[in-house]
Design a protein around this ligand. Structure first.
Ligand code: NAP
Length: 295
């Protein structure tokens, strides 16, 4: 089964849009997301455009702040401070990567924790790692968008991680580590692999659920995957011919997998969808009128 993250994201965003209409009537304003883009990185511009389009579809007000490449850290921090203090703004994100003269950790750490829709604030990361129960952490604190989207994909595919062996390739702060913790919270037995892991195929072949977040085209071949595994491909790589491909060799692995996500159209759209969900959750916590959402 190939899971279309695009279709899943479209249906969740459609449902968010009708919820937002309802919130507008009940609470007198729609949720708002501010996006700060520094510099001219073409990939970042595309990501920001995708995010603002998703906001439009979801009925979320979006504020775009575009700053030149040579903007000082102080100026960015002043922008963040103003957005932190603005009660009409629910979520703030700074598009990464930032130009080399800027500290990503200073800047993302300056976003108010309760408006941190990317889930990168140290206190939100700590909340994820300190959580001892298996309650849905995202109901209380923002969780990084890509891992949240992956858990949504598993849910939609009817995959319950409890008791399963999960292997995550990659240990980045934005994907590998948080998805490993979410899978652990969901009672999977989790192994994290990285560039220094020996005999990686021997480990990945044991996976009931395999998450590839490496950044190397077609790294995961059929020989690395056990029969009927669930394979989630996070990678986004551009091939010399300009086409996008994932970290998984889709053609080779799909016949073995019980569930697989394509690239493009898999985890990517669900990451943007999770950003919409994080924004709504921040808004609901912000308006202190949180209700149990149906989706
Ligand atoms: P990253 O920070 O570069 O991390 C890559 C990870 O892969 C590192 O932990 C690295 O190990 C590991 N790795 C590299 N080579 C390896 C090898 N030969 N064997 C085993 N592990 C290896 O990347 P990231 O930010 O996590 O992103 C990973 C991929 O996902 C990229 O293609 C990125 O574009 C994509 N991505 C997609 C989305 C989406 O929405 N779909 C979101 C975020 C990222 P070390 O730690 O040892 O260096």
């Amino acid at each position: 089964m190939t899971i279309s993250g695009k279709e899943l994201a479209d249906s969740i965003i459609g449902r968010i849009a009708s919820e937002v209409e309802d919130y507008h009537v009940r609470f007198g304003r729609v949720p708002a997301l501010a996006v700060i883009l520094v510099g001219e990185d073409p990939a970042s511009k595309v990501y920001v455009r995708n995010k603002t389009r998703a906001c439009e579809r979801a009925g979320i007000r979006h504020i775009e702040i575009t700053l030149p490449e040579d903007t000082s850290e102080l100026e960015i921090l002043e922008n963040i401070e103003a957005l932190n203090a603005d009660p009409s703004v629910d979520g703030i994100l700074v598009q990464l990567p930032l130009p080399a003269h800027l500290s990503e950790s200073h800047i993302t750490g300056a976003i108010a924790r309760e408006k941190d829709v990317d889930g990168f604030h140290p206190l939100n990361v700590a909340a994820l790692w300190l959580g001892r129960d298996n309650a849905k952490i995202e109901e209380h604190y923002p969780v990084a968008c890509t891992p949240r989207g992956i858990m949504r994909i598993l849910e939609a595919a009817g995959v319950d991680p409890a008791g399963k062996r999960a292997v995550v390739i990659g240990r980045s702060n934005i994907v590998g580590l948080p998805i490993a913790k979410l899978l652990l919270n969901a009672n999977a037995t989790v192994t994290i692999c990285h560039s220094r892991t020996k005999d990686i195929a021997e480990i990945t072949r044991q996976a009931d659920i395999l998450v590839a977040a490496i950044g190397k085209p077609k790294f995961v071949g059929a020989e690395m995957v056990r029969d009927s595994a669930v394979v989630v491909d996070v990678g986004i790589n551009r091939l010399p011919d300009g086409k996008l491909c994932g970290d998984v060799d889709f053609e080779a692995v799909a016949p073995r997998a019980s569930v697989i996500t394509p690239v493009p159209g898999g985890v990517g759209p669900m990451t943007v969808c999770s950003l919409m969900e994080n924004t709504i959750d921040c808004y609901l916590r912000h308006t202190a009128k949180r209700k149990k959402r149906k989706i």
